[in-house]
Design a protein around this ligand. Structure first.
Ligand SMILES: C[S@@+](CC[C@H](N)C(=O)[O-])C[C@H]1O[C@@H](n2cnc3c(N)ncnc32)[C@H](O)[C@@H]1O
Length: 354
């Protein structure tokens, strides 16, 4: 609502922003309990008592959460105390093509935990050794924490796959992949292979190496086999588990999508050097990352991800100048920055060996 009175509008802005976490937590609670799945199983609508029974929650408390979500436009309440799925709550269902459930679970739990420590991080010197999430995880970095939390790891991996799916068209169309049509492309930190699968499906002469942490690669076997029955593992695609601080496989092209934004400058240089060691003089490295403009930004999307990186990993999003500096420190040089034309300011940052 817009107010004629600017003071009232300002108060409303601050009021809404300060309570936005209530929305996050109600959404997270509904996703965690599986309310949207329970409604679908019940034929579309159910009372709070029926839902409570189905999801193992107290009907009274559950109803209080759901009626708040209804005011947000998530779930319907066709008659008092009866709840139903709507277009928004359908997105909280599991195993649906456009499900956003894994993202909601990731943001509402561990991300929320890290963000609750943001003020401490901002007060301290740049939090590379002790960033907010580490306070919440008791000292573990995010990847170490995921190793101990397989359920959350699965949600995170699926969230990454959904992210890749959403960005695929811009990445496939915004960069000229045909110049690598006969190349072996290693997707370093490629999760379950959504991006590599799209590339190999479009370019039949391309070969792929999917490289990630061993537990991710273990899960990726099943995901790949289901998603790409025409590209059997061992044929044009190899799945390799490992640590990109130790070594990566030899390849013509290295794709690092949303990898270096997880790491501070020192660690990013270490990763780039590992890749440089495996690369040939003709190899190229392609970073698919936000390329922050130098000028002021009014669009919050890349800035929110930048803060998410501060909180979760003690890292950041970078400008073209900062990407070039990382290349320069690790045996690469900046060849090109290809903007993908998306609001998040993603681009392909191309490096060649020096
Ligand atoms: C932010 S996710 C990006 C996933 C995927 N590239 C994408 O864009 O959706 C970072 C990935 O890096 C992987 N990773 C983290 N540390 C790693 C390491 N030391 N060695 C190999 N992979 C690692 C994670 O398992 C995760 O899949």
């Amino acid at each position: 609502m817009t107010h004629a009175d600017p003071a009232q509008a300002a108060a409303e802005l601050v009021h809404n922003a300060s309570g936005a976490f209530m929305q996050t937590q109600c959404l997270y609670t509904a996703a965690k309990l599986g309310v949207a799945d329970a409604l679908a199983a019940a034929g579309g609508a159910a009372s709070a008592a029926e839902l409570g029974e189905a999801v193992g929650a107290k009907p009274d408390q559950l109803e209080r959460v759901l009626r708040f979500l209804v005011t947000m436009g998530i779930f319907d309440e066709p008659s008092r105390g009866i709840f139903a799925n709507n277009a928004a709550s359908e997105l909280l269902r599991s195993n649906q093509p456009h499900s956003m459930k894994d993202m909601v679970l990731h943001l509402g739990f561990e991300s929320y935990g890290g963000w609750s420590k943001l003020a401490d991080a901002v007060r301290s010197s740049y939090p590379e050794d002790s960033f907010p999430l580490k306070d919440w995880t008791g000292g573990l970095d995010y990847w170490g924490w995921l190793n101990k939390h397989p359920e959350e790891a699965t949600h995170f991996n699926r969230f990454m796959e959904a992210n890749s799916a959403a960005m695929k068209p811009a990445i496939l169309q915004g960069y000229d992949w045909s110049q690598h049509a006969d190349a072996t492309i290693a997707d370093i930190g490629g999760s379950a292979g959504g991006m590599l699968g799209a590339l190999l499906s479009e370019h039949r002469g391309m070969r792929g190496i999917l490289f990630d942490r061993p537990p991710v690669i273990e899960e990726a076997h099943e995901v790949w086999a289901a998603a790409h029955p025409t590209i059997p593992i061992g044929d044009r695609i190899q799945l390799v588990g490992g640590d990109f601080f130790d070594s990566v496989p030899a390849a013509d092209v290295y794709l690092l999508k949303h990898i270096l934004h997880d790491w501070n400058d020192e660690d990013s240089v270490k990763i780039l050097k590992t890749v440089r060691k495996a690369a040939s003089p003709q190899s190229r490295i392609l970073l698919c990352e936000v390329v922050l403009p130098e000028e002021r930004l009014d669009n919050p999307a890349p800035l929110a991800v930048d803060l998410q990186m501060l909180v979760m990993c003690g890292s950041k999003e970078r400008s073209a100048r900062e990407w070039a500096a990382l290349f320069q420190a690790s045996g690469w040089e900046l060849e090109a920055v290809v903007p993908l034309g998306v609001p998040t300011k993603h681009g392909i940052v191309v490096g060649r060996p020096v």
